[in-house]
Design a protein around this ligand. Structure first.
Ligand SMILES: Cc1cc2nc3c(=O)[nH]c(=O)nc-3n(C[C@H](O)[C@H](O)[C@H](O)COP(=O)(O)OP(=O)(O)OC[C@H]3O[C@@H](n4cnc5c(N)ncnc54)[C@H](O)[C@@H]3O)c2cc1C
Length: 313
């Protein structure tokens, strides 16, 4: 089974999501090829060399490819993918832009958001905001799959690949789309989807000012900050903090949440966290159904206690 992983990178750094895709590829075959598209790929090539189970890295390098414009990347991927049985991407924002175009060009139906690979043709993926798991028999000649990264955590295995690099120079499509700029929020805190600890707040936090207390707890713990959609909609925090079905999917070691009731759309984004600790004044809040530890009471009392104990330790 020939498997191709599409590498992702940003600011000349390999995205950790690529390692998750390689982990998924390992469930299908012992080694995979990786397709790396971009410009100035030297550092990323070195990073790829430290990952296990890669056979060949196909390099498509050109200054015209410095940004992942879907119209440009998709035809290149579709052309190369024709030589592979399975093409794997993470279900990142970038993939959501590129994958449908690749599928259209290859005239195949993609299978998205896979969380489990049972065998070469059988896959599982969540549906209805994670309320049901669908088992899919997928028999396409070329299987185009996006995986949910949190379901394929790299094992940290260090049998480094004896990777070979092969440059290829496909025709770079001329498109009407050009890259203007990227407006990014900068933060000293860990990136939400990669953080080991997330401290999250919901409507129960009550105001933008109160949310600063959540931020201070997060900073004391070296954690990323998350929020429910209600907290985002109320303007307590920017929308890139949102966790859930229409926000970010996270699976940290610890998810500590304050004043989040646990609506299914929120659970869809965090219920795979290793340890969930919930603080809510409503004992019937659905969050307690998924929490490993729960405290029924006022969140501000808990925040004060935490702040005091961390300040003295
Ligand atoms: C299509 C769709 C997509 C959606 N996507 C998302 C998504 O991606 N992410 C998301 O989060 N939501 C999403 N939602 C919204 C979701 O349905 C809920 O409305 C939202 O998650 C509720 O947020 P919350 O838990 O903060 O608010 P609430 O449900 O209002 O809960 C607030 C909680 O705070 C508690 N509380 C209040 N004061 C205190 C206090 N002093 N101490 C302790 N506890 C207190 C209350 O008991 C309550 O349980 C989506 C909805 C739809 C329809």
């Amino acid at each position: 089974m020939k498997t191709l992983v599409i590498a992702e990178h940003q600011h000349d750094v390999l995205s950790p999501l690529t390692a998750n895709c390689i982990e998924a590829a390992n469930k299908l075959s012992n080694s995979c090829d990786v397709l790396l598209i971009g410009s100035k790929l030297d550092t990323i090539q070195k990073e790829l060399s430290t990952l296990p189970s890669i056979d060949t890295c196909l390099l498509v390098e050109s200054p015209k490819l410095s940004h992942p414009i879907a119209e440009t990347y998709a035809p290149i991927i579709a052309d190369i993918a024709k030589s592979y049985d399975v093409i794997l991407m993470s279900n990142s924002t970038q993939t959501k832009d590129i994958l449908p175009r690749v599928a259209g060009l290859m005239k195949i139906t993609p299978l998205t958001d896979v969380i489990e690979i049972i065998d070469n043709e059988t896959f599982k993926r969540p549906i209805y905001a994670g309320n049901a798991i669908q088992k899919v028999r997928y028999q396409a000649q070329h299987k185009l799959i996006s995986i949910r990264p949190t379901a394929f955590k790299p094992t940290g295995e260090t049998n480094i690949s004896n990777i070979s690099f092969k440059s290829i120079q496909p025709t770079i499509p001329q498109t009407k789309t050009s890259w203007v700029n990227m407006a990014e929020a900068t933060s000293e805190r860990p990136e939400l989807t990669a953080a080991k600890i997330i401290v999250s707040g919901g409507r129960g936090v009550g105001s933008k000012d109160n949310f600063k207390k959540i931020e201070s707890i997060a900073d004391l713990m070296g954690a990323a900050i998350g929020a429910s959609r209600a907290a985002v909609d109320a303007g307590y925090v920017p929308n890139d903090y949102q966790v859930g079905q229409t926000g970010k999917i996270v699976a940290p070691d610890t998810y500590l949440c304050f004043g989040i009731s646990g609506a299914i759309q929120h659970l869809a984004g965090m219920k795979d966290s290793q340890t969930i600790i919930a603080i809510d004044k409503d004992p019937d809040a659905p969050i307690f159904k998924v929490a490993d530890y729960g405290y029924v009471g006022d969140l501000f009392e808990v925040i004060d206690l935490l702040q005091n104990s961390m300040a003295t330790s």
